[in-house]
Design a protein. Structure first.
Length: 197
């Protein structure tokens, strides 16, 4: 295993749209997202990042294969559905950096890359001297969901160790088709936040 890293910002994202879309579809197919993805939808989603001058993609390659990636961008550049709970709570969007996905193929988990992803995004946000909070959201699935693996471990403990706190007052609803379904259904998303010192 010989890992290399790539940082891209803004419109440079478009150079890796296809492989990043494929990685997102593969990783998010598993619980808890159970996402039945399409490359077309993914490219539309990723355009939000490509249009944001201060966005970040930190990607991990094993040889020529993209095996992991994490993304971030100013909350001001995110979609209305992501901004909405923060506006309703009276936050200044121009002080918040939104962290998108952190995705890794199973064989590359447990190597410390999850911590590296947070470090890279936090450092990227801090460099602008403007952002005082980082946030991300996570899907909420019922404890008794039929597709929940017996050995599934939520990442709440890992996020808490990184200094993030779950804020149940900040929630959005996203829609996507679940695994093996052709129609979209609503999913509750709860945000986690951390002050950026």
């Amino acid at each position: 295993m010989s890992l290399t890293f790539l940082r891209l910002t803004g419109s440079a994202f478009r150079a890796v749209f296809d492989e990043l879309a494929a990685l997102r579809i593969a990783v998010f197919y598993d619980f808890p997202y159970l996402y039945e993805g399409s490359v077309g939808y993914e490219k539309g989603y990723l355009e939000t990042y490509a249009r944001a001058e201060r966005s970040l993609l930190f990607a991990v390659y094993d040889g020529e294969q993209l095996v992991g990636a994490t993304t971030a961008l100013p909350l001001r550049d995110e979609t209305a559905e992501v901004q909405a709970p923060f506006l309703a709570a009276g936050y200044d969007l121009d002080t918040i950096f939104y962290f998108g996905e952190s995705i890794l193929l199973p064989a590359y988990r447990g190597l410390g890359l999850g911590n590296r992803f947070f470090y890279e995004r936090e450092a990227h946000a801090r460099q602008f001297g403007q952002y005082t909070m980082a946030c991300f959201c996570a899907v909420q699935r019922p404890v008794d969901h039929p597709l929940r693996p017996n050995d599934y471990k939520p990442l709440d403990g890992f996020w808490t160790k990184r200094g993030y706190r779950r804020d149940d007052t900040l929630q959005s609803t996203f829609t996507w088709p679940d695994r093996n379904e052709t129609f979209e259904t609503a999913k509750p998303m709860i945000y986690w936040t951390r002050k950026l010192d």
